[in-house]
Write a protein that binds this ligand. Structure first.
Ligand code: 8OZ
Length: 366
């Protein structure tokens, strides 16, 4: 290795947030909120606090409303109890000098009537069923995703208001900022992609119209948190959850240009297929980076060596690690010491308690 890994341990000013290094804990769905209320519990605070030496923690995806939920036992950001639960988490992270932003989420069509209020069909830009997708319900099974219901115009406005309220709640819960989850085939990406959006009103058709929902969400979040505490996660070429667009570059270049105009603190990109192959399918992420003036955060299968290269070359400011953070609470210290990493295991990945969650050893522990 010719490049010096010290670049990873340099502080970084991301908008209003001073981060102590370039290593980010990626948002990770772990399905451990309190059953029935979707409230974060003490175990969640312990898990995040274990990982507080990251330059930044991004919370697991958190639903902005009951309708925004797509999986069993994911946490919410819309009730007073949820805000109180999250306050325990942010307090525990801050007590260790860490920084944490909330990832706000609406799943759109990636849900199931058993997870929806009144057992209703999930909502989406258009009534188009995603092909071959499943979700995880409370009976502990993966079930097929059915036909969603197309949102009425007034409902779209209400969802934007939900994002704004959830942002207010996240700030009240002590979060340092917001990451808008616009990736992985959930509601915002469903509006962006022509494979899931066939609306004929102002929210469908042209690129400008398909971007409208995303930008209205961004504006609503910024109105509460400020641009300097707002970021967004994008996955231009992921096939996750049936995200499908005939020409991703035609959508994501103008979108990132708009985000840059708004002076968003950061853009977080998943390069390739989420949690899978880093095949960029001809999409030029380096060119996309050049259209954005704020911080650039990259993710997907990075090793320490790849992270050093991405940061020292000037392409990325920050690198987010998912699986490595599941298995290594002290990932920063291990990188610094050039120590071996714990192997990621699937046990307890989605749902359960301590096992596979807070029981991965720190360096020097058995
Ligand atoms: C894994 C399982 C359930 C949800 C994503 C929030 O893909 C998720 C997710 C990941 O963004």
């Amino acid at each position: 290795m010719t490049t010096d890994s010290a670049v990873l341990f340099q502080p970084f000013q991301m908008g209003a947030l001073t981060l102590r290094n370039r290593i980010v804990m990626a948002p990770l769905t772990r399905n451990r909120a309190i059953h029935g209320t979707d409230v974060p519990q003490a175990l969640n605070a312990e898990y995040y606090a274990q990982r507080a030496s990251a330059g930044l923690i991004i919370s697991e995806a958190t639903q902005i409303s009951p309708t925004a939920k797509g999986y069993a036992w994911t946490p919410g950001m819309y009730s007073a109890e949820q805000v109180a639960g999250w306050k325990r988490v942010t307090d525990a992270v801050h007590a260790k000098g860490g920084r944490i932003v909330a990832q706000l989420w609406h799943v759109g069509r990636i849900s199931h009537p058993s997870l929806q209020p009144q057992g209703a069909a999930p909502v989406a830009p258009s009534a188009i069923q995603p092909v071959g997708q499943k979700t995880f319900v409370e009976s502990n099974e993966f079930v097929d995703i059915g036909m969603p219901r197309a949102l009425e115009l007034a409902e779209i406005a209400a969802i934007i208001a939900d994002y704004r309220m959830a942002t207010k709640n996240a700030l009240a819960a002590g979060f340092d900022g917001i990451e808008i989850h616009a990736a992985n085939g959930y509601l915002i990406q469903q509006f962006l992609c022509d494979g899931s959006n066939q609306r004929t009103d102002n929210y469908g058709g042209s690129i400008e119209n398909r971007m409208r929902f995303a930008l209205e969400v961004v504006d609503a979040v910024m109105a509460e948190a400020g641009a300097d505490r707002t970021g967004i996660r994008l996955s231009p070429v992921t096939p996750s959850n049936g995200a499908l667009d005939s020409d991703p570059a035609a959508v994501f270049f103008p979108l990132v240009h708009e985000l840059s105009k708004r002076k968003l603190a950061f853009v977080h990109v998943i390069e390739g297929a989420t949690g899978g192959p880093r095949d960029m399918q001809g999409f030029d992420f380096h060119a996309l980076r050049k259209t954005f003036s704020g911080a650039w955060m990259v993710n997907n299968g990075y090793t320490k060596e790849m992270a050093v290269e991405a940061v020292s070359s000037g392409y990325a400011d920050l690198v987010a690690f998912g699986r490595a953070y599941i298995a290594n609470p002290d990932l920063v210290e291990r990188f610094r010491a050039d120590a071996a990493l714990n192997e990621f295991e699937r046990r307890g990945l989605y749902g359960g308690g301590v096992e596979g969650y807070t029981d991965y050893p720190f360096m020097g522990q058995a």
